[in-house]
Structures are given as C-alpha cells and as structure tokens.
Design a protein around this ligand. Structure first.
Ligand code: BTN
Length: 260
C-alpha cells in the first residue's frame, strides 16, 4: 500500500484526506471508518486498503477486488443535513467519482441508480454509503468507494458487467492520481452538500444517467417491478411508472429492457 505521506503529497484539499489510515489488508475500509467515526474521527478522514478480506457491497453483497490493482477507500463525512436529504448522499459520492474518473481517463462515465459508475455500459466503480444517526440527526456517514483501476481479469460471474479503467481505456493508470482526483472532486462538490444545496450535485448525476424514459426492471429481495423510469424523487428514490401507478423505490437493482 502507498504510505500516508505518498497519498497526501500533492493533495490540495482542506477536508478530505487530511487524515489517512492505510492498510495492506483489512476486513472492510467501511467497517474500519465506521469504528473510527463512532470514536469521533474527524470529517474527511480516509481509510484506504490494498486488499479487503470482507469488502462490503450494496444489499448485503461482497465487493471483490484483486490486491495491488485497485482503489478501495472510505471517507467519513459529518454534514448537518435535514433527514430527508441524507438519501441524496450516494448521488454526491457517485457524481464526484464520475467527474474524477472522466478527468483522469478522458472517457465519459454513466451514473446508474442508485450509485454505480459505469464506463461503456459496464461498472467500474461501486459506492456504499453507510449512515449513523443520533436522535434522528445524522451523526456521520461513511462513503465507501471501490474503483477497478488496473485489474485485467474478473471472475466468471462478474465479467459480463464489471470492468476497469485499464480494460476500457487500454492503458494503466497511476492509482495515486486517480485517488487524488476523486478526493478533489468530492471536496469540490461537498461545499454544496454542506449547505444542503444538492441541485448542482444532482445535476452532475442526472447529466450522466441515461435511464429516464426507459423501460426498466427493478429487482429487490426477489420482487420485480417493471415500468418506465421517470425521475428521481426529492429524497433520492427512483420513480417508476407502471400502467397502474407510480412507485418510488429506494433500494434494488435496475436492469434495462432490451430495445426492440
Ligand atoms: C456496490 O456497488 O455494491 C458497492 C461497493 C462498494 C465497495 C467499496 S470498496 C471500499 C469500501 N469498503 C467496503 O467494504 N466497501 C466499499
């Protein structure tokens, strides 16, 4: 793993990355960041690891990433937010990551609800946001970001929908540079988040999504909902129109119907 000094060298942020804990191997950077946050670690603290033995994904899944090729890190934030805005934080993380990955690679990224970042239709970055509340007030949130950077091979069950920067761009990337760009983009957008002003953040996300107006299937806990993706609700839900009604969905996986 890069040292803390190597990661901080040249980083011009004021909040994100001021404190960095590095690990060669850890269970999950999100789990570690949550422990640090619950002990009072300050906003912007980053936990980064070369390898995770129990990397967490959304909906209780695992996040697999080969050692030495990727970026696996989590950042603690403590914005003062109205409770109905907390669900917008994943869009902040996804928009920041997408902006940064575009800057680094020169390739357009797509944002897929709720918080995947895709390149040429395949996922190159996953985000897991875990929040903690005290008396109905957000105490902290941990933004876990996994970017497939220089990984060339994926397991059989992943290879149809997962990709990496090297696979899409045909060249290797300096992971420290990718990390710097993500941290910098996040800090840039964070000033809007802290003011509860998500308009700019959501616009960054919306300009990178192609799902609205399309027929989709949302799968959650074995249940399927088919309909047209209409818009985002004010609190980050996906509004799906079915012939009978409109539903606002807050969790699940979206797949697109095949165009005829
Ligand atoms: C997903 O797409 O399901 C979310 C994946 C999030 C993975 C990252 S890797 C760094 C951080 N630590 C974790 O345990 N998970 C997130």
């Amino acid at each position: 793993m890069y040292s803390k000094e190597e990661l901080q060298n040249g980083l011009r942020t004021h909040i994100f990355g001021k404190k960095i804990s590095t690990y060669d191997s850890i269970d999950s950077t999100n789990a570690c960041a949550k422990t640090l946050a619950s002990m009072g670690a300050e906003e912007g603290t980053v936990v980064i690891a070369e390898y995770q033995t129990a990397g967490r994904g959304r909906l209780g899944r695992t996040w697999q990433a080969e050692s030495g090729s990727n970026l696996l890190f989590s950042t603690i934030i403590r914005p003062t937010l109205e409770i109905n805005k907390v669900g917008l934080l994943p869009f902040f993380a996804a928009a920041g990551a997408a902006l940064a990955l575009e800057t680094v690679t020169g390739t357009r990224c797509e944002c897929k609800w709720p918080n995947d970042v895709l390149m040429n239709g395949k996922k190159c970055c996953g985000i897991l946001l875990e929040s903690s509340f005290q008396h109905n007030v957000l105490d902290y949130a941990v933004m876990g970001i996994g970017v497939n950077v220089n990984q060339k091979l994926f397991d059989e069950d992943l290879k149809d929908w997962a990709t990496s920067l090297i696979q899409e761009c045909g060249r290797e990337f300096d992971r420290r540079n990718v990390f710097h760009q993500i941290i910098t983009s996040l800090e840039l957008l964070y000033s809007e988040v802290k003011n509860g002003n998500f308009e700019i953040v959501l616009n960054e996300w919306k300009t990178r999504t192609t799902m609205f107006g399309k027929q989709v299937t949302l799968t959650q806990a074995g249940e399927r909902l088919r309909g047209r993706a209409v818009a985002l609700s004010a609190d980050g839900g996906l509004i799906i129109a079915t012939p009978e009604s409109q539903r606002v969905c807050y969790a699940g996986d979206v797949t697109f119907a095949r165009e005829s």
